[in-house]
Design a protein. Sequence first.
Length: 282
Amino acid sequence: MKSDNQHPISTTREITEIYYDSAAADKFYFNIWGGEDIHIGIYDKTSDIPKASRQTINHMAALAPNLIKKSRVIDLGAGYGGAARYLASRYGCEVVCVNLSAVQNRTNQRLNVEQNLDDLIEVIHGSFEEITQADEVFDVVWSQDAILHSSNRKQVLSEAWRVLKPGGIMIFTDPMQTDDCPVDVLQSVYDRIHLDNLASFAFYRHTAMAHGFTECKHQDLTPNLEIHYSRILDEIKKNYPSACKQSSKDYIDQMIIGLRHWIDAAKAGYLAWGIITLQKPK
Ligand SMILES: C[S@@+](CC[C@H](N)C(=O)[O-])C[C@H]1O[C@@H](n2cnc3c(N)ncnc32)[C@H](O)[C@@H]1O
């Protein structure tokens, strides 16, 4: 499969899968990053990571009027499935989680059973670059901070378009670089999670319009990125001995260095984050 970056898609996927499946990453993301939600939070009147992470989901959900009982949602890169359980329990949506990490998928399935939501949520081990579902079967394509991992983001938007019903909505967040970010300043940012590059609001707007999506809107919520990464760093420092015990000292020390690069790049104005909504015409 052709990629628009330096690594072929399969290599990028393998690297990402190994990254999230490792015991060190699993323990770190589940215990320190935010529990069942591992995305950037919206720090509106809170500095609590899980609360802020939930605010992001609330905020996104409020922008998708077709989230109603029995509406069909696919979550691309669903992680531990926090958003899927929220959408299933709050709205009665039927959610398909597509996620590359088998380790995360097991936790997702366990939590769905524990919360009696497994009849509404299906968890699929797979890639959002090659979704196995039929054409035009979902009302909402949802994704949080996952598409950055793709080495072919145009293909992810093509797949989203294909599986959306006419009139369906794609709503997603992604850590990005700014539209005017200078070249060659973000290598240390990419290296933390093995990326070749990042998208930008302009990239998503152009790609979405080229596909025929209408109603291409974005909410720029960039200040939350620096706050979120700084809060994660605070939590690591506060829980350093136990974090090292769970994930190894080497992993945590590398994570601290990586997070500092992201915080510095955010302070320099090179990074962006926000919510993008696209509609497939009726
Ligand atoms: C930062 S986590 C976000 C997880 C979840 N969306 C959340 O907000 O809690 C990124 C997720 O993207 C998933 N991912 C990365 N590449 C993927 C791919 N090609 N297909 C499906 N999932 C992928 C990873 O397994 C990981 O769970």
